[in-house]
Design a protein around this ligand. Structure first.
Ligand SMILES: Cc1ncc(COP(=O)(O)O)c(C=O)c1O
Length: 480
């Protein structure tokens, strides 16, 4: 069994095993002609349940053969140009290489004595990111598992900085289209059920700052305490960017913590054309960035950044076995002092190799390309009478709905759109997402793949219309 331990004696076995795995994935990627096979849960589950985990195969090739059947064959492939659903990007090769290196060396970023150079590399990347954000010389931050955790940590700091310990009186202000992790964080932080105040958005899906100002005033008049304003720089559905300068102004005037959830919009930090869309972010107290959304990094890769490093002390706990207090005086950099996690992956390595190989401009160019593609997609939708498109994108999503001329019942149109999404998924020809707007069912393209073309968008729209029409035709037959 020791032959399976990765060490000096098994370096050759490691090389062979990993190479074989890489070759299988490479062959699979090269041969993938659809983003999905359309397999159903009922068809796949028995195969996975049928595996006897207490009877190993004792052979890497056999385990990989089995994995092809159980996973690789039917996985959802984000690199395919017709995967247009959620905020999953295709990944860049330097980052995938980083993933292979980091799991083999297996540094844990909690303490210096478990990572050494890894700690310093992460710190450089945090400084690089705060520099791009313009958060100033006192800024700091830490890598996290994702946007949800980054938002949670930011709001933990905001709660600790708030002007009352009475958790029931604290309020968080965020737009009605912000990510649900804001509400989840409020619950985890012990705030009351009404803690999150939903601020309306305009037709452009950006927070209405007049409404925010009104809600902030009302909060104080009601004897409640504003804890944080969470602005979104790239809403999940619409990619809309809240008016950050105005929100910064209002937050400063009310003495409220300003958090910017730039999980999606952070790609603009590298953009060669649209960095200005994040103007005002430099005034935030904290920012969430998800490199695994718009920096083309594999999951997971995210960070929470703060304007004032001292705020991170709210996440600091000392343990004699790990990071005793004296190490602070000894200036030993233990990242666990800033993190909600203890053992933690060296995700930063992926971004490091990406920047060292491609450069930030390379990432920015790819992100600019998908933003441009979204503009082309919007133009196609805007002139196509079969579809209603909600808003011109600021980033790279398109929210739209098939609208047949012959049908006026909105519930029937809902069903046609839901059917089209499901039928498309089952065919595996393309994968699209769905959401609700004004209580009605819409479809969504999240465009994060520079290999997707306007022709792909046209073709997928055609498929959607075909499925929806088929549903409506059959529905008419049923009614007759
Ligand atoms: C705006 C926004 N914030 C936060 C998140 C949560 O990020 P994660 O899925 O990395 O936890 C998402 C996810 O889609 C998001 O779109």
């Amino acid at each position: 069994m020791r032959s399976h331990l990765l060490n000096d004696l098994t370096a050759e076995h490691y090389r062979r095993s990993v190479t074989e795995g890489v070759e299988r994935v490479a062959a699979k990627l090269a041969a993938t002609d659809r983003p999905f096979t359309g397999i159903t849960v009922d068809a796949l589950a028995p195969r996975i349940e049928g595996i006897d985990l207490d009877r190993p195969l004792h052979d890497t090739s056999a385990a990989l053969d089995e994995l092809e059947e159980l996973y690789l064959r039917d996985a959802i492939y984000f690199h395919h140009p017709r995967y247009l659903a959620h905020l999953n990007c295709p990944v860049v090769i330097p980052a995938v290489l980083g993933e292979a290196v980091l799991s083999a060396v297996n540094s844990s970023l909690d303490t210096w004595d478990q990572s050494a150079g890894g700690t310093l590399i992460e710190r450089r990347l945090i400084d690089w990111t705060t520099g791009r954000l313009g958060l100033g010389p006192a800024a700091d931050g830490v890598f996290t598992s994702g946007g949800t955790q980054s938002n949670l940590q930011a709001l933990l700091l905001a709660r600790e900085e708030a002007k009352t310990d009475d958790l029931g009186r604290l309020r968080i202000f965020t737009s009605e289209v912000s990510h649900f992790s804001v509400k989840k964080s409020a619950k985890l932080l012990g705030l009351g059920p009404d803690a999150v105040v939903s601020v309306p958005v305009g037709p452009d899906r950006r927070m209405r700052t007049v409404a925010l100002a009104r809600e902030l005033d009302r909060c104080v008049q009601d004897g409640l305490v504003p804890m944080a304003v969470v602005a979104t720089a790239g809403s999940t559905d619409f990619g809309s960017i809240d008016p950050l300068p105005e929100i910064a102004e209002l937050s400063a005037r009310s003495g409220v913590w300003m958090h910017v959830d730039a999980a999606y919009g952070c790609g603009l930090l590298a953009s060669l054309k649209h960095r200005d869309r994040l103007a005002g972010i430099e005034r935030a107290d904290s920012v969430t960035v998800d490199y695994h959304k718009s920096f083309f990094q594999p999951v997971s890769s995210s960070a929470v950044l703060v304007g004032d490093a001292a705020a991170l002390r709210h996440a600091t706990y000392h343990a004699e076995y790990l990071n005793p207090r004296r190490m602070v005086q000894e200036r030993i950099p233990n990242q666990v002092d800033k993190s909600l996690q203890t053992t933690r992956r060296f995700d930063a390595l992926k971004l490091w190799l990406t920047l060292r190989t491609m450069g930030a401009d390379g990432i920015g160019q790819l992100f600019d390309e998908v933003c441009e593609l979204a503009q082309e997609g919007w133009k196609l939708l805007a002139v196509d009478p079969r579809f209603d498109v909600v808003v011109r994108p600021e980033l790279s999503t398109l929210v739209f709905r098939y609208i047949p001329t012959a049908v006026t019942d909105p519930a029937e149109i809902d069903r046609a759109n839901l059917y089209a999404r499901k039928a498309l998924f089952a065919s595996g020809d393309a994968v699209v997402a769905g959401t609700k707007v004004g209580g009605r069912h819409y479809l969504k393209f999240t465009l994060l793949n520079p290999e997707t073309t306007a022709d792909d968008i046209s073709a997928v729209l055609h498929l959607i219309a075909g499925h929806a029409e088929q549903y409506l035709g059959e529905s008419l037959d049923r009614a007759c």
